[in-house]
Structures are given as structure tokens and as C-alpha cells.
Design a protein around this ligand. Sequence first.
Ligand code: AMP
Length: 194
Amino acid sequence: MNLLVLGPQGSGKGTQATRLSEAYGIPHVSTGEMFRSAIEAGTELGRRVEPILASGELVPDDLTIQLIRERLAESDAERGFVLDGFPRNLAQAGALDAMLAEIDRGLDAVLFFDISDDVAVERLQGRARREGREDDAPEAIARRLELYHAQTEPVVERYRASGKLVPIHAERTIGQVAGEIVEALELLDEEAIA
Ligand code: AMP
């Protein structure tokens, strides 16, 4: 099962990606988490991306694409993956298509977590209070949402046009959203069999 979760920060896509990863026994590949681990471990990549994450800007495409290329080539991703936080713009989406074509794989579904900016900001402010993530500072939150609308929404439209997009009502509770995802994936499965 090759899945992609798309949506603004605060839409709950990371939480659902973790659940899907456990349910299907496939890795949850989150570029944001990979960057935060590199920062914590003090690697060269971590030192490079730390100021970028703190400001809410995007890490350059070449670095991000290379990171994903290497991650998807690892053996635990052979049976599938849940990709979270990538692709963030059209250039990354094109690179992902090319990567998957090379290994003769495709995406089974692109789950789109639909949520208003107001609810996203409210949730991110809550997370900032609980976890103290540096990029959940008010200016960084605003910048990330701005970049989401400018750069990631075109990716949503691209997958909508390709018929792969599965819209999810993401303003509801974690359990309700999880239920909707299970139903949507079962439906896809039935369509694939029919
Ligand atoms: P996230 O946890 O997905 O919200 O990502 C946190 C931060 O990591 C983002 O604000 C970016 O600075 C960086 N980042 C994560 N994924 C990407 C990506 N695909 N392209 C560029 N930067 C990214």
C-alpha cells in the first residue's frame, strides 16, 4: 500500500499517518520528522536545515528529494509507505512521480485532509503550548500556512485532476477521521477488485 497524506499543518495528517503505518505495517515517512531528528542528532544535514525549520521556510528541493529517494529505497519501504509532508510543491511532486515510475510503483491513494485555516491555526497554537516546537511560533505558523496555500495547494489540484485524491473531512475528532479513512480505503479496494 503506497499512501500519501496531504493537507495543511494542524490538519491531523501526521496522527492518521502514524495509525495507517501501524495498521498496514508500512513505514511512516515524514520529511518534517526526518529533519527534526537530524537537528536533534546534530548531523550536518541537521545544522543546515535548523534555521530553515525555525523560520517556517521550505528546505531546498534538492536536499529534500534526495532524502526521500534514499528513504524509499530502504528495505522496509518495499511493501509500501505512508508519505507525510512530501511533496510540498509541484517540483517535488514531479520528482516523486519519476522516482515511483523508475521502480514501477504508483500511489494507491492520496488522502487530502481538508480543514480551514482558523482550525489549523488553533490546533497549532495548542501544540505549541504543549510541545514547544520552535516552528510553532506565531510568525512561523503564519509563514507555513502561506507557503501551503501558494505551493502545496497546486499539488492537491494535481492529484485531484489525476483522480487519486480522496478528500477527508479533517475538522472532526481523531476517531471520526480514522473511520472515514478506513471506509475510503475499503471502497478503493472494492473498486480495484471489481
Ligand atoms: P512538517 O513537520 O511537515 O510540518 O515540516 C516541518 C518543516 O520541515 C517545514 O516547515 C519545512 O521547513 C521542512 N519540511 C518538511 N517537509 C518538507 C518538504 N517536503 N520540502 C521542504 N521542506 C520541508
